[in-house]
Write a protein that binds this ligand. Structure first.
Ligand code: PEP
Ligand code: MN
Length: 276
């Protein structure tokens, strides 16, 4: 089955044969042979937590900091994020480390809180929230668009088109695993989608080995496999105390494990024509 490119004209490589390189600020780029790693906790839990993790992942080679302030949780009784206070802590981590920040938006009414955010994440659960996508298409912020839990590549391309069709050309795609009948892993990482997406579009695409597996010990092998598959980078959950994390502890790796992974990726980069 071929992708139907007529439905995603601006996203298609036919419209733009060269790779799009997205500069998120601070000299950090996605695409065009760069292999760019975003790291940080699932959720911002305290100022000490986010600043501490930011400092250690930066030392290991992360180029941007992730951390959710607004969390889309399956249960309404689960931790929902620190919201505006979490945004303040993220901005403090940015001031102290210089790392650009990546954080998820759940509601367009919160947009004013994202003024100093470098990349706005649209999570899997909102990949087809078309009104949200259209509004983000009117902003000048880079958008990290995650593949939905049960969405096809055709649908991912069309969601990126929603953003681009409103004028915002800075879209970074993210494969984060899809729902299948398999229950051992949290999701099934569809790595074969990476070369397909790279053929179909000029936009950069990164992999989230944390949500796609749900298991911390699988993050390393899936990170290496993502580089081999041709991804433009990774987004990895790193926590200083995974056992007590307020969200996604089972898939969060320690800063030392993150350091090991980035060292190995640096060794691999030359082989796969990537700069890291
Ligand atoms: C996240 O990145 O913390 C997240 C909620 O991811 P996803 O939308 O891929 O589930
Ligand atoms: Mn998470």
């Amino acid at each position: 089955m071929e992708l139907k490119e007529k439905a995603f004209k601006s996203v298609s490589r036919k419209a733009h044969p060269e790779d799009t390189v997205i500069d998120i600020g601070g000299g950090v780029k996605f695409g065009g042979g760069n292999f760019t790693v975003i790291a940080g906790p699932c959720s911002v839990e305290s100022e000490e937590q986010i600043v501490g993790i930011a400092k250690s992942v930066k030392k290991s080679g992360a180029r941007a900091l992730r951390g959710g302030a607004f969390k889309p949780r399956s249960s309404p009784y689960a931790f929902q994020g620190l919201k505006a206070l979490g945004m303040d802590y993220l901005l403090e981590a940015k001031r102290e480390t210089g790392l650009p920040i990546v954080t998820e938006i759940l509601n367009i009414a919160h947009l004013s809180l994202f003024r100093d955010v470098d990349v706005i994440q649209v999570g899997a659960r909102n990949m087809q929230n078309f009104e949200l996508l259209k509004e983000l298409g009117k902003t000048d912020k880079p958008i990290l668009l995650k593949r939905g839990l049960a969405n096809t590549l055709q649908e991912l391309m069309m969601s990126a088109e929603y953003i681009m069709s409103e004028g915002n050309a800075r879209v970074i795609l993210c494969e984060r695993g899809i729902r299948t009948f398999e229950g051992v892993t949290r999701n099934t990482l569809d790595l074969s989608c990476i070369p397909i997406i790279k053929e179909a579009t000029h936009l950069p695409v990164i992999v989230d080995p944390s949500h796609s597996t749900g298991i911390a010990r699988l993050v390393a092998p899936m990170s290496y496999a993502s580089m081999a598959a041709g991804a433009d980078g990774l987004i990895i959950e790193v926590h200083n105390d995974p056992e007590n994390a307020l969200c996604d502890g089972d898939q969060s790796i320690l800063p030392a494990e993150f350091d090991f992974i980035t060292q190995k990726l640096k060794m691999m980069a030359g082989l796969f024509d990537k700069k890291l």
